[in-house]
Design a protein around this ligand. Structure first.
Ligand code: PHE
Length: 363
């Protein structure tokens, strides 16, 4: 709102008539500008009725200069003017506050014709989507999903799984031990795989067991595009009477076909893990190419997991008779599978929570 203050330099009116003329002019000018608000009316009040410099006050101060016989008329004139100013400004003030109230009300009003603001919709993280897809396949094969602690004891993470205390196989995983967390079997550490969940499951019940163990695991790896000290695993375990290597092979093959598509084949190659015997590395035929591509390093095969027949010592450690029962186990990296499926070039993208990366629909 523009100021209602009169132009600077105007001389103070010396007569009531002059003052009334000025009042008319100023109020007409203010009305012409329109839309007076309470602050503007307040300025007018100060200018006209202010105790020190107000026009009316200044005029009244002239009373002593007015000849004696005119004093009464002058005084009455100033008083009448004062009442008139007060009355007119009261009217303006009432209008101004009504206007201010209407403006405040309008500011609060909701325009129901505006298009709605759509809040950003969250999406499932690609790791969640891949984990659920893997779980879906194995649930169809009769597996249940089990959970376990991320802080484990040496016993569950290593020793019960046939890693003897000084066995060099322990060096294959650099481990975060927890300071002051005990020693020997009781030493506390961040689990390096989800195999301890399998151990805990076997302890708690008798075969038949078919269990899937997803979860976060930790290894003392430096961060680079393919490594992270935190990543995710999906392990599985089957224990029952009469379980053979053929069951393992058939299961992995069924998983590969269901997860990667009907053309996928699996290839098993011998390797060593302390908790299985024999142990294998499992690769699936590359589903991204016919003749070799960067994803399969032009070999036609992509390694996706370790597996094997559960070592008799592991069964015995869980109180399961290895003469009566056999089993198989497998384990894969969820992160790695997500990267393969979606062509994600850098593992770190999965952990940095950059919405530019996450804000798409992962399948
Ligand atoms: N626990 C193994 C790992 O962390 C994976 C695995 C599980 C291998 C089961 C064989 C059998 O690498």
């Amino acid at each position: 709102m523009s100021s209602t203050r009169p132009e600077a330099g105007g001389a103070a009116p010396v007569s009531v008539e002059e003052a009334r003329g000025l009042l008319d002019a100023e109020l007409a000018a203010a009305a012409g500008r329109g839309g007076l608000l309470p602050g503007d009316v307040h300025e007018l009040k100060v200018r006209w009725l202010g105790k020190k410099q107000g026009v009316v006050t200044t005029l009244l101060a002239r009373l002593k200069e007015v000849p004696k016989e005119e004093k009464a008329a002058f005084g009455a004139g100033v008083n009448a003017l004062k009442q008139e100013v007060e009355a007119r400004l009261d009217v303006l003030e009432a209008e101004a506050s009504a206007r201010a109230a209407a403006l405040a009300e309008a500011a609060k009003a909701v325009d129901v014709t505006l298009p709605p603001r759509v809040p950003p919709v969250g999406r499932l993280h690609p790791l969640t989507v891949v984990r659920r897809r893997i779980e879906h396949v194995f649930r169809g094969l009769g597996y249940e999903v089990a959970d376990g602690p991320e802080i484990e004891t040496d016993w569950y993470n290593f020793e019960s799984l046939n890693f003897a205390p000084d066995h060099p196989a322990r060096d294959s995983v650099d481990t975060f031990f927890i300071e002051g967390g005990g020693t020997g079997r009781d030493a506390l550490l961040l689990r390096t795989h989800t195999s301890p969940v399998q151990m805990r499951t076997m302890e708690g019940r008798r075969p038949p067991i078919r269990v899937l163990c997803p979860g976060r695991v930790y290894r003392k790896d430096d961060i680079d595009p393919r490594h992270s000290p935190v990543f995710h695993q999906m392990e599985g375990l089957v224990v029952d009477e009469g379980i053979t290597f053929a069951h393992l092979r058939g299961t992995l093959s069924a998983f590969a076909k269901s997860f990667f598509g009907g053309r996928a084949e699996v290839r098993l190659a011998p390797t060593f893990f302390p908790f299985v015997e024999p142990g294998v590395d499992c690769a699936v035929s590359c589903v991204f190419c016919e003749t070799g591509c960067r994803i399969c390093s032009y070999s036609g095969w992509i390694e996706i997991m370790g597996a094997g027949m559960v070592h008799p010592n592991v069964l015995a450690n869980a109180g399961i008779d290895p003469e009566r029962y056999t089993g198989f186990a497998f384990g894969m990296g969820i992160d790695r599978i997500a990267m393969l499926l979606h062509g994600i070039p850098d593992l770190r993208l999965l952990f940095e929570n950059d919405v530019r990366f996450l804000d798409r629909t992962w399948s």
